[in-house]
Design a protein around this ligand. Structure first.
Ligand code: ZN
Length: 505
């Protein structure tokens, strides 16, 4: 049995300035051929697929296509996307006869001119493999499901949890694929587009309405004939033509059942829509005041407006400025507060000055200069690093790039030349010799992915910081998203039962 394996993952923040190029993908490892198979063993959805494939009784020949993964960020350059698409398609065209294609996607990637890169890619793959070969896609559940994606893919399987467990999603999708290949029964698919969008505040699947919605999906999967129920609460900074929440249901062969459950899941999200907008955010000055008063264990300050995993640039200065202002009256020996910020020029200045030097810099606020301004900092260069590669469990190798550690009183600032996975991970501090356990607080550039600091976490504050991923979605200039949509339009009525596949239908 021969199955092609590929991955194309990027989560686009439509409001994030600049554009993403090939180098952003290279930073995470742009793999082809045997290297893809070696590097992705145990990593992400492809790692899950490889695990399940290895357990099959008959030998599975895995045909590597390409792996392009770049986390979240600005729109991809059209030329870069075309190049990556060819990297995936060229080996597919010469692959010979295939029994299936397993293509790991995010589901919310855009380029300069194309809103729906996954739809475009799936259409291109389908054109190569023809209508009969199974095309299976594990997805991030913050995907934007589009009509083209549903038309060309056979299985669209989303993450079951936030924070995500990408490997588990790969295992689930691979099991469904092998069950299909063994029994020969093509699964039925149904879906609903739900005309709503919500901020990230209720995105954790361990609590609140998101917990209820995802738990209901798991409960429905217990019914006979139901293969997969995937809710898709789209990430909220994607301004695209078919934007909005969705749900996809797969059954063994019962299209009517799939449709009924998709309607039921859609109706549930719609009924809970106001709950998804509840928030416990604190304004910046109050949050920082509470941080300096925090005595026991580690406090996490979630920089909601500058969520790098959501596509923000990581150079917001709102919390940093307040930390410096309030920290001026604190002794330098006080328990440190850790804060990351992206500023390539400041990294250069830090390297030029050298360890031990005092530098005066205008820090951050350069990439996101719409919601942010640089902050003036005088600090000591305590450490520098370059070319550090961390091997993060189940996420693969992560390049940290050049960093400079600055100390200004009790505030320890790690300046990164570029945003990346490490910005929300303790490895960023540890590789510079800092101990997370000794810190009073850490600023994380995420609104959901706090799990890496779980061993030290005592308290969490969601900070209402302005920025490219802020929770006040009305502050953005929306031009593409379909209207009417909740909550931007006062009078939106929607009935999941009668709804067509698109809210406009
Ligand atoms: Zn996600």
């Amino acid at each position: 049995m021969r199955i092609a394996l590929g991955e194309f993952v990027q989560e686009t923040g439509s409001f994030t300035p600049a554009r993403m190029n090939r180098a952003a993908f290279e930073a995470y490892g742009l793999y082809q051929g045997v290297e893809l198979l070696e590097q992705l063993a145990g990593v992400g959805p492809p790692g899950g697929f490889l695990e399940v494939a290895a357990r099959q009784q008959q030998p599975i020949e895995v045909v590597p296509l390409a792996r392009a993964w770049a986390g979240a960020g600005a729109k991809i350059l059209d030329a870069t996307y075309r190049e990556l698409r060819e990297m995936l398609l060229v080996p597919l065209r010469t692959a010979g006869e295939l029994d299936a294609v397993f293509l790991s996607l995010h589901g919310a990637a855009s380029s300069e001119r194309e809103d729906d890169l996954e739809g475009d890619l799936l259409a291109a793959v389908r054109e190569v493999i023809g209508p009969e070969v199974p095309l299976v896609c594990p997805l991030d559940h913050h995907a934007n499901i589009t009509s083209r994606m549903v038309e060309h893919a056979d299985l669209l399987v989303g993450h079951e949890t936030q924070p995500h467990d990408p490997l588990a999603t790969g295992v689930k999708a691979a099991r469904l694929l092998f069950d299909w290949l063994h029994c020969g029964q093509k699964p039925a698919i149904a879906w609903r587009k739900i005309p709503m969008i919500t901020p990230q505040d209720q995105f954790l699947t361990s609590q609140g309405p998101m917990q209820a919605w995802f738990a209901w999906a798991r409960a429905l999967e217990q019914q006979d004939g139901v293969l997969d129920v995937s809710p898709y609460p789209m990430q909220p900074w994607l301004d695209v033509a078919e934007g909005g929440w969705a749900v996809v249901v797969h059954t063994t062969d019962d299209a009517e059942l799939a449709d009924r459950l998709a309607a039921e899941m859609g109706a549930m999200a719609w009924e809970l829509r106001a709950e998804f907008w509840k928030s416990s955010r604190l304004e910046v000055a109050d949050a920082v005041r509470q941080a300096y008063g925090h005595e026991d264990g580690l406090l996490i300050l979630s920089d909601t407006g500058d969520s790098v995993y959501g596509g923000a640039p990581g150079d917001s200065t709102w919390i940093l400025r307040e930390l410096l202002t309030q920290g001026a009256t604190q002794p330098a020996s006080a328990r440190p507060l850790l804060v990351p910020i992206v500023d390539a020029a400041a990294v250069e200045a830090g390297f030029a000055a050298g360890v031990g030097a005092e530098v005066s810099l205008s820090l951050g606020g350069k990439i996101d200069n719409q919601f942010n301004q640089p902050v003036d900092v005088t600090a000591e260069v305590v450490a520098v690093s370059e070319n550090h590669v961390a091997d993060v469990a189940e996420r693969g190798c992560v390049e940290i790039g050049r960093t400079v550690l600055l100390q200004a009183g009790p505030v320890q600032i790690v300046v990164l030349a570029a945003a990346g996975f490490a910005i929300c991970h303790p490895i960023l501090y540890q590789h510079l010799g800092l101990e997370v356990a000794a810190a009073r607080a850490v600023v994380v550039k995420t609104a959901s992915n706090f799990q890496f600091f779980a061993p030290w976490r005592r308290r969490l504050i969601r900070v209402d910081s302005p920025g490219m991923t802020q929770s006040d979605l009305s502050a953005f200039h929306w031009s593409r998203i379909p209207r009417p949509i909740y909550p931007f339009d006062a009078e939106v009525t929607w009935n999941a039962e009668n709804a067509g596949r698109l809210p406009s239908a």
